[in-house]
Design a protein around this ligand. Structure first.
Ligand code: HEM
Length: 500
């Protein structure tokens, strides 16, 4: 995980500590580790670690050093996997030893201790995983949440058409959609108004991830004792930020479950993950753990779905031909009689290919979530050290020219050619850690895309001279990556036609 000191004085202190760690944990001289870029004595690759565009840099390095790359930081080995085959071989086939997580001390400090992606391994991990995985199966995701996703998608399209935002940015509507589905799956609450408390809470929760530095890479993550130090202390800047954001985590942990308990008492509770777990005779999780598991559904669902939909919007502005083709298919198959439902999915192959291409073109978790190796391993003759932090470069894998023709281009047709190029399953991760919400996410994204394309026309916004604004493909840095400031104009395709 990248290490970025939080300020200049901090940099000195952190560097000194890292040098000591580097000396203590120097790799064995004769070990055959996988190749990697040249490194410095003691501090390894610390100086060359990219601070921005990390996945792109790793991808470029992989062209020279290969699809299994070793990077050494003081005290920790990183392995970066740059091909689907290597990622599947290690993270999926050898999942038994490649499924732990690094310690996310800052997130724990904020209150995110029981959030599944940040639980390392062992019995607590298994119980959380089981509770979520057995609830969010393909069948139950569709059955329990398909209707609310469809209603939320129609509300989204209606608002995109009706409310022409002055800044030409539609992200807030996409965000409301992703929050609606995430809250409903968590505790059965359905958002129908923009003033709903969960909308503001969702934005606040996003801040706990966007304002807290590189995930797992702050001073507090390296030296957890810094967690109780004041923010001015070298390396402890994010400890203070984390403490200030703690009330947000508390609210998300406590409020949804309190609501479900009140509704249960009143006999008005509706289907949700929390209700289901509370009513299980064989409770897997205690109260505090269950609060965390509920928040996991919310966090997992909200950010990634929003980011994926902003990628979709960007693709539609830049590739009007793909938009048109999907709309022609929708019109041909459904006529103008009704808006799509999830039951129509199987009859719309071009739309399916378009959604798959959105996943591949700009995967939003570019480096996934890091795995940690439990015991020393060997792969293609290289030693993979115990404790190594293993990243799949999901963005890099999406750019593999040996699998995808012109990988930078947005081309849904690649999945319809004979033979088709393989679907980009890497987008949801691997093995025992594969995304537990992938079926819920996939249905939500499909119905949002289908409903928007059936009812809306998306075109470039115009600047003050009347020229089209071409949005940039630049993605934000951070764990969850998405395009910035996507400006466009959304109009109704059939004025007065569709009752969205
Ligand atoms: C397009 C939307 C989504 C994408 C692209 C996505 C992607 C991913 C990826 C790449 C991982 C890491 C897998 C690994 O470590 O190998 C992950 C993990 C996870 N995702 Fe998703 N996800 C999405 C939506 C959701 C939703 C809707 C939920 C809601 C339940 C969710 C919950 C989780 C959880 C809990 C984990 C951690 C699993 C673990 O550590 O065992 N995700 N996701």
């Amino acid at each position: 995980m990248p290490i970025f000191p939080e300020s200049l004085p901090t940099a000195g202190a952190v560097l000194a500590a890292l040098v000591v760690l580097g000396l203590l944990f120097r790799p064995k001289r004769n070990a055959r580790l996988p190749p990697g870029p040249p490194q410095d004595p003691v501090i390894g690759h610390l100086r060359s670690m990219p601070a921005t565009k990390i996945a792109d840099t790793y991808h470029n390095w992989a062209q020279k050093y290969g699809d299994v790359m070793h990077l050494q930081l003081p005290g920790v080995s990183f392995i970066v996997l740059g091909s689907h085959d290597a990622a599947v071989e290690l993270l999926e086939k050898r999942s038994a030893i490649y499924s732990a997580r690094p310690k996310f001390a800052l997130y724990e400090l904020m209150g995110w201790k029981n959030i599944l992606p940040f639980i390392s391994s062992g019995e607590r991990f298994r119980r959380h995983r089981q509770a979520l995985q057995t609830y969010l199966t393909p069948e139950s995701s569709l059955l329990k949440f398909g209707d609310v996703q469809t209603r939320a998608a129609r509300r989204l399209a209606r608002r995109m058409i009706d409310e022409q935002p002055e800044d030409k940015e539609y992200e807030r509507y996409l965000s409301e959609f992703s929050t609606t589905v995430a809250v409903y799956a968590m505790n059965g609450h359905e958002i129908t108004s923009q003033n709903d408390e969960y909308i503001a809470l969702g934005d606040a929760v996003a801040r706990t991830f966007t304002e807290t530095g590189p995930p797992g890479g702050t001073g507090v993550d390296m030296f957890p004792f810094l967690g109780s130090f004041p923010g001015w202390f070298p390396g402890a800047h994010y400890a203070a930020v984390g403490r200030s954001l703690r009330p947000i985590a508390c609210r998300l942990l406590e409020h949804p479950m309190n609501e479900v308990n009140e509704q249960r008492a009143a006999g008005t509770a509706t289907e949700s993950f929390l209700l289901h777990q509370l009513e299980r005779a064989d409770a897997l999780l205690d109260k505090e753990e269950l609060q965390g598991a509920g928040a996991t559904v919310f966090i997992g669902g909200k950010l990634t779905t929003l980011s994926t939909l902003t990628v979709f919007l960007l693709a539609m502005i830049l590739h009007p031909q793909a938009q048109l083709k999907a709309q022609e298919e929708l019109d041909r198959v459904l006529g103008h009689a009704h808006l799509p439902t999830l039951a129509d999915r199987k009859d719309l192959p071009y739309l399916e290919a378009l959604v798959q291409e959105v996943y591949r073109w700009n995967p939003v978790l570019q480096l996934g979530i890091p795995h940690v190796l439990d015991s020393e391993d060997e792969y293609r003759g290289w030693r993979i050290p115990k404790g190594a932090v293993v990243f799949a470069n999901i963005k890099g894998i999406s750019r593999d020219a040996s699998i995808y023709t012109k990988p930078d281009s947005f081309t849904p047709e690649r999945f319809l050619s004979t033979p088709p190029e393989p679907k980009f399953t890497d987008v949801f991760g691997y093995g025992r850690r594969v995304c537990v919400g992938r079926h819920l996410a996939d249905n939500g994204i499909w119905i949002a895309v289908a409903t928007i394309l059936a009812s809306c026309k998306i075109t470039n916004a115009l600047d003050k001279n009347g020229s089209p604004i071409v949005p940039s493909c630049e993605m934000t840095d951070g764990m969850d990556s998405h395009p910035r400031n996507v400006k466009c104009v959304v109009t109704a395709r059939f004025p007065g036609g569709f009752d969205v």
